[in-house]
Design a protein around this ligand. Structure first.
Ligand code: ADP
Ligand code: MG
Length: 273
């Protein structure tokens, strides 16, 4: 029996119309192999659809990565956990890879500690891992987002600006940054209220809670904001010395060991980090 003739040009058009580019690219090679090896028709269909689905998932993750504004270099792989012994790698990995259990309840991760201790890096790393797990993440400097929302409010676009923040996780970097005026801090407060128990936040802050009175204009707002952030939260305190400073002093001590002692001049070493 002759195989029924088909029009490959028409097939390409139909696959294009249905937005199945991977099948469009692979079908002829797969069909040839299937004919040669006598695959049942269902096996051919299954193999082609599986490839299309895998590509689809990959493209979606790429889109999520682009929209996240995450620094591509700040991942779990590049984070040295030995620098922050109080942060358990197993705990972070669990939060980052099984996002669904905590992302469902509108939870918060708080990373607190002095500047340079890896809070933004760790927050980004969690973000990347959650994107790999299929979630949508946005990384933003808190003040930038607050200013954007404030501008939207002035043009009566706030509801639609907030609606665009449907990310599973928003990383508010540097929450305790100084704000220009009370309208901005109120906006920050509204954002926290808006996300509370619905969607998730990860915030980094250089100030411990005791210093947050300087962030918000009045103590009751500070308490209300902290209350919401702390409820359903996991708090990590990175109370270590700045990573950069430690790297510099490590390099200096290596150089000191390498230099003959009478050639070494205190303060003359230039270190390019
Ligand atoms: P913070 O947000 O706490 O001020 P950052 O996350 O910006 O600190 O860290 C400062 C720099 O040091 C960044 O380049 C970051 O990648 C690096 N860094 C900090 N901690 C670590 C770490 N534990 N492992 C690898 N790099 C780190
Ligand atoms: Mg930071």
């Amino acid at each position: 029996m002759n195989a029924p003739a088909h029009d490959s040009g028409r097939l390409a058009l139909m696959l294009n119309e249905l937005r199945l580019p991977t099948i469009g690219r692979l079908w002829s090679e797969f069909a040839e192999r299937s004919d040669k090896e006598g695959w049942p028709a269902a096996r051919l269909l299954d193999a082609l659809l599986e490839h299309e689905l895998a590509e689809h998932a990959k493209r979606r993750i790429e889109r999520h990565r682009t929209e996240s504004h995450l620094d591509p270099t700040k991942t779990l792989a590049t984070f040295d956990f030995s620098m922050v012994p109080m942060v358990s790698k197993a705990h972070i990995t669990a939060l980052a890879t099984t996002g669904d259990s905590w992302l469902e309840k509108g939870a918060t991760i708080l990373l607190l500690g002095p500047p340079g201790t890896g809070k933004s890096h760790l927050g980004s790393a969690i973000g990347h891992a959650l994107i790999d797990a299929g979630f949508r993440v946005l990384f933003t400097h808190t003040s930038e987002l607050v200013q954007r929302l404030q501008a939207a409010r002035q043009t009566l676009q706030l509801p639609s600006a907030l609606a665009k923040l449907g990310f599973d996780l928003i990383i508010l970097d540097d929450l305790s940054y100084a704000y220009k005026d009370q309208a901005e801090t109120s906006m920050l407060f509204e954002l926290i209220v808006e996300r509370y128990e619905r969607k998730n936040l990860l915030t980094t802050a250089n100030q411990p809670f005791s210093g947050w009175n300087e962030v918000f204009p009045d103590p009751s707002m500070t308490i209300a904001a902290i209350d919401r952030l702390v409820h359903h939260s996991t708090i990590f305190e990175l109370n270590v010395e700045s990573y950069r400073r430690r790297k510099v002093s490590d390099k200096q001590s290596v150089r000191r060991q390498q230099l003959p002692s009478d050639n070494y001049e205190e303060g003359a070493t230039t270190i390019d980090t």
